[in-house]
Design a protein around this ligand. Structure first.
Ligand code: HEM
Length: 149
């Protein structure tokens, strides 16, 4: 099994990066949709339903599968012998950041449901601020995996 993972290392890493890109695209875009949904769209209108459809499809068709693929390929990379040295700092920074990114994904999924039930209580400004979370985590993750401090 270890030999197999080593042979496929570059393929797994490529698939990991592709999944990461798809996941990040959604993590950046969904909170932007929420900003416009709160600030411009009237609750119960046709546009409200259209936004709900766009948000549901983005989350279910792109973000959920991309998050799962990122985890599956990422954990496969962890299992490749000699790739992660847990005595260094970077794997811990990366682990904490990906857990935070996953929490952010779940938070967005909860907010999506609040639009469906008409109970959203978060303002456009707050969604704009939350939109910075994935950017900050992305910086931590990329510096961790590439600089490997
Ligand atoms: C979800 C759980 C994740 C796990 C378990 C994981 C694990 C890993 C591991 C073990 C590597 C290999 C490092 C190496 O070859 O030296 C890697 C590479 C990489 N990861 Fe992740 N990762 C995860 C999520 C993410 C996320 C969310 C991002 C970006 C936002 C990301 C970006 C990258 C990049 C860019 C590389 C390639 C670095 C290089 O050039 O070698 N990963 N990941």
């Amino acid at each position: 099994m270890h030999d197999l993972l080593t042979d496929w290392y570059f393929w797994i890493k490529s698939l990991h990066v592709v999944s990461v890109i798809a996941w990040m695209a959604g993590l950046f875009y969904l909170p932007r949709l929420f900003v416009y949904h709160v600030e411009v769209v009237e609750t119960g209108s046709k546009t409200d339903k259209l936004f709900q459809t766009m948000e549901r499809r983005l989350l279910r068709a792109i973000m959920n599968p991309a998050m799962i693929a990122t985890w599956v390929f990422g954990l496969s990379l962890v299992a490749v012998p000699g790739i992660v040295d847990w005595s260094m700092v970077w794997p811990w920074v990366k682990a904490a950041s990906v857990l935070a990114m996953t929490w952010f994904h779940m938070w967005l999924a909860r907010q999506r449901k609040s639009f469906v039930s008409g109970t959203n209580s978060i303002s456009g400004r707050q969604y704009r601020m939350m939109n910075e979370v994935p950017t900050i985590l992305l910086l931590f993750i990329v510096f961790a995996v590439i600089v490997k401090f």
